[in-house]
Design a binder for this molecule. Structure first.
Ligand SMILES: Nc1ncnc2c1ncn2[C@@H]1O[C@H](COP(=O)(O)OP(=O)(O)OP(=O)(O)O)[C@@H](O)[C@H]1O
Ligand SMILES: [Mg+2]
Length: 263
């Protein structure tokens, strides 16, 4: 049986899709069979982030409508043969989705994959409930900003009414220079507020915007090192921290901080 993990946040635009895509690539690079499931029905963009948009023929909605079998709707990654995407397709058709239909699909994926990573829509309404109901574990994604942390906190409260056994928080878009200058919440501040297990820290990094499967091997990219640590934490239960303040410490670090802030 695979592990079904939902990326959720409450607040929009904090990095759920980015984390889903990168975590999927990192798990697949370690030889785990991974299926990314886009449950952001209507505003789906995991296919775009994964560079698979042109290869999606059938979607989850086609499987529900019995236009194809589940296997036919899975798109294999070009770079990692163990990585697949199940796209949701837009909601441009008159289809009422039953939770049981989506659950059946995820149940079938459990028999085929080690990890099912579910990209959840923003908000806490029907789409959120659908995505969360299919998962056993949750990564609650937040940025180090008050509005995002507050939404994450509300989501964590709501998650307690679902069958989620493991909840971890992931801080995305952390800025080492601002944290070092105490202008941004750090992992301890956020951990105290959210009061669930620590999962990982992902730095603010332009590579998040243009990430492609082959780039994740480049260890000089901070984003890759951070996702590598998050992957290890998920696989082992460790709580290793990617320290994004490291390069901003000491005399050289303070010069880097000044330079970064003056850009
Ligand atoms: N660590 C990061 N560093 C820099 N940019 C990032 C990072 N994470 C995400 N982004 C950028 O932030 C934007 C929003 O990210 P993403 O689409 O993953 O958020 P989301 O939570 O899935 O949004 P939505 O709620 O709309 O589904 C994207 O342009 C993405 O490239
Ligand atoms: Mg998204």
């Amino acid at each position: 049986m695979g592990r079904a993990i939902v990326m959720t946040s409450g607040k929009g635009g904090v990095g759920k899709t980015t984390v889903t895509a990168n975590l999927g690539m990192h798990l697949a690079s370690r030889n785990y069979r991974v299926c990314l499931v886009d449950m952001d029905i209507g505003l789906n963009n995991l296919d775009v982030v994964m560079n698979m948009e042109d290869r999606v023929v059938y979607t989850m909605l086609d499987v529900i409508e019995k236009k194809c079998r589940l296997k036919e709707a899975l798109v294999q990654d070009d770079y990692y043969p163990l990585l697949y995407l199940l796209s949701s397709g837009g909601l441009n058709r008159n289809l009422t989705i039953q939770l049981s239909e989506i659950k059946n699909i995820v149940n079938e994926l459990h028999t085929m994959f080690d990890f099912i990573l579910i990209d959840c829509p923003a908000g806490i309404d029907a789409g959120f409930k659908r995505a969360v109901s299919c998962a056993d574990e949750a990564l609650v994604i937040t940025t180090p900003h008050l509005s995002s942390i507050r939404d994450a906190d509300k989501v964590i409260t709501i998650l307690s009414s679902f069958n989620i056994t493991n909840k971890h928080f992931v801080i995305n878009r952390a800025r080492g220079d601002l944290i070092q200058d105490k202008l941004m919440f750090d992992v301890h501040d956020i951990g105290r507020t959210l009061n669930i297990e620590f999962g990982g820290v992902i730095p603010e990094d332009d590579n998040a915007i243009t990430n492609t499967s082959d780039k994740i091997k480049n260890n000089k990219i901070a984003l890759n090192r951070a996702f590598d640590i998050l992957t290890e934490n998920i696989l082992t239960g460790k709580k290793k921290l990617f320290d994004c303040t490291f390069k901003y410490r000491g005399l050289l670090g303070s010069i880097k901080r000044i330079l970064k802030r003056s850009i």
